[in-house]
Design a protein around this ligand. Structure first.
Ligand SMILES: Cc1ncc(C[n+]2csc(CCOP(=O)(O)OP(=O)(O)O)c2C)c(N)n1
Ligand SMILES: [Mg+2]
Length: 601
């Protein structure tokens, strides 16, 4: 047995079944071991190493186990970086395994020799090590896996190519200078002290209008979040990454928060007198209560993450589920049907009505909101949703009603373009029996999604339920940023940086053996979803949508409204379309202003 065989054997012992990667001569030894391995460990070939890292991240997000990616030395290792940062910043455990020049060549400016330990020293700083001798394989794997799990982070192992070919030493001798490790990791039960729970309960019990904000850290605590919200008569808003933590179809759940969030979540935070934040690092202060307007309690498993978004009175370091369970008997029930809950429910109802109206505003040719609006009631049970960064994230955040049992993710903290399709592929490998739907912009498709469709074409027949639908919003624009430039900077669209070339996404899908559906008319949308969801093959559903439909913040500020008005005055290339959409979507008052002061006046 060689070092490479031992490495794979140890990964298998850690219950790893898939390694997402791309070959190169820096890992030829490892690839040879894949060919020989009889542990059932599979190498999944991506189109690009960054995709392998996104898949490892997606795998971790959808399974709560470690995702593993692999790349060759030099260029392959460098390509992994963005996906690894995505994992690190969303606290997804990922192990990256990369090749390196032979030990005899290291330090010789050798072909493809990059200082990998330094390259990965930021993203994988909790654990990045080079395997210099066969005796260290066991402890390197054990520690990289365990640290990734325990710290919910990225770790990295570097294997020089000559070491990969050496004879394995499965357990080091019982001697000085050796390390003796084991597999296995059990999550600890982390509960705050009794005293801090009492203090937190006192704050929560004193509140009359309690708001909860839950994030991805509350995953696995759905029942407990509901129970606490019930007792406190609280409304619950969700950070984007925690979109599937608690179902939207409960009367007190106000949906997403933030720029991509809902008006009921905005109102919840503006009007509450008490804030309970659970497992979230949602960054934008303006969407939280004003300092001093609410008393706050925060729960997070990581002591580094508490008390940094709102000046909380009590910070509880603990597991979300265990901590909520420990709080429950300390809380005084508010009784049902309080004025606060009625207000939340009314706000929800009028928001739902507005969302339906906005979805049905005519657009050229299609309103993207309609595409999501029609998908929402058709979402299959237990489906997995992925969204890319772009305007699709807005509609993902606002126009889909997530039900219990579904999973959903996107790039939360890094908010990188590109993970929509690779996350979806990882979801299929992790859960081949679940339908998966990726919601992606045309910019992201051109950046990497189109290439990764080939990975789908290569593997889909291995999945027991072949349904993987990639929705492409074909708007020929890097739309999210175009709107940010308008709303935040008051700048008109800069065509040189924002316009995208057209591409036949659906036809391309057909060309590579998938199903392609192109939809351009509002009356075709529902039927297109029905067809896609009934297909026995992966589908690219290309929706030709209007870039002039504004992805509006839930509560646009006066400053943003003015900036937007300035855009109109300065003459945006899409002026006609955006004014028309604004009139119907946004504020009649603003539209009036635009009409009162036409361009050039
Ligand atoms: C790697 C990366 N590059 C650039 C950005 C900035 N950015 C965020 S959204 C976006 C536009 C995405 O365009 P597209 O995929 O076409 O989606 P749309 O907004 O048009 O629906 C850009 C350029 C980013 N988040 N990540
Ligand atoms: Mg676009």
């Amino acid at each position: 047995m060689k070092v490479s065989d031992h490495l794979l054997k140890r990964l298998s012992a850690w219950d790893v079944h898939h390694v997402y990667g791309y070959p190169g001569d820096g890992i030829n030894g490892l690839l040879g071991a894949f060919q020989r391995n009889d542990h059932g460990l599979k190498f999944v070939q991506t189109r690009h190493e960054e995709m392998a890292a996104f898949m490892a991240c997606g795998h971790a997000k959808f399974t709560d186990h470690v995702g593993v990616c692999m790349a060759t030395s030099g260029p392959g290792a460098i390509h992994l970086l963005n996906g690894l940062y995505d994992a690190k910043m969303d606290h997804a455990p990922v192990v990256a395994i990369v090749g390196q020049a032979a030990r005899s060549a290291i330090g010789g400016d050798y072909q493809q020799e990059v200082d990998l330990a330094n390259l990965f020293k930021d993203v994988a700083h909790e654990y990045v090590h080079t395997c210099m001798t066969p005796e260290s394989v066991r402890h390197l794997v054990d520690r990289a896996m365990r640290i990734a799990l325990a710290e919910r982070t990225v770790t990295c192992l570097i294997f020089p190519k000559d070491v990969q070919e050496m004879t394995a030493v499965e357990s080091p001798p019982h001697a000085h200078d050796t390390v003796h490790t084991s597999i296995a990791y059990a999550r600890p039960r982390v509960v705050p002290s009794e005293d801090s729970l009492d203090r937190a309960a006192a704050v929560l019990n004193a509140g009359e209008r309690v708001a909860m904000l839950v994030g991805n850290g509350a995953r696995g605590a759905t029942d407990e979040v509901i129970a606490v919200a019930d007792v406190l008569g609280a409304g619950v808003a969700k950070a984007l990454l925690g979109r599937a933590v608690i179902p939207d179809d409960l009367p007190f759940v106000t949906g997403s928060i933030g720029l991509l969030g809902t008006k009921p979540s905005w109102d919840l935070m503006s009007d509450c007198d008490t804030l309970l934040m659970v497992g979230s690092s949602f960054p934008y202060a303006e969407f939280l209560p004003k300092e001093g307007a609410a008393r706050g309690v925060q729960i997070d498993i990581d002591g580094r993450m508490v008390g940094m978004r709102y000046p909380m009175e009590v910070n509880l370091v603990g597991d979300a589920r265990e901590t909520l369970l420990a709080l429950l008997p300390r809380l005084h029930p508010r009784g049902p049907n309080t004025a606060w809950l009625r207000k939340i429910a009314e706000g929800k109802a009028s928001w739902a009505k507005l969302m339906t109206e906005r979805a049905h505003v005519a657009a050229k040719p299609l309103n993207p909101q309609l595409v999501f609006h029609e998908l929402s009631p058709r979402l299959p049970d237990r489906c997995v949703l992925t969204s890319d960064s772009g305007s699709s994230a807005n509609w993902f955040a606002r126009d889909l009603t997530i039900r219990r049992g579904m999973l959903a993710s996107l790039s939360g903290s890094l908010a990188t373009m590109g993970p929509g399709v690779p996350y979806a592929i990882a979801a299929k490998f992790a859960h081949p029996d679940r339908p998966v739907i990726a919601l992606v912009g045309d910019g992201a498709m051109q950046m990497n999604g189109n290439a990764e469709l080939l990975t789908i074409a290569k593997y889909w027949e291995q999945w027991s339920d072949p349904r993987l639908i990639v929705l492409v919003l074909n708007n020929r624009d890097l739309n999210q940023v175009t709107w940010e430039m308008r709303a935040m900077e008051g700048d008109p669209k800069y065509e040189a940086s924002q316009d995208l070339p057209d591409f036949p996404y659906a036809r391309y899908a057909e060309l590579i053996g998938l199903v392609g559906i192109r939809v351009e008319r509002p009356d075709e949308v529902a039927q297109a979803w029905e067809q896609a969801l009934a297909a026995r093959k992966p589908v690219v559903l290309e929706a030709v949508v209007d870039p002039d439909v504004p992805p509006l913040p839930p509560h646009i500020t006066l400053k943003q409204a003015r900036a937007f008005g300035m855009t109109v005055l300065r003459g945006d290339p899409d002026e006609g379309g955006i004014i028309k959409q604004a009139i119907q979507h946004m504020f009649p008052a603003l539209a009036e202003e635009a009409e009162l002061r036409p361009k050039g006046s």
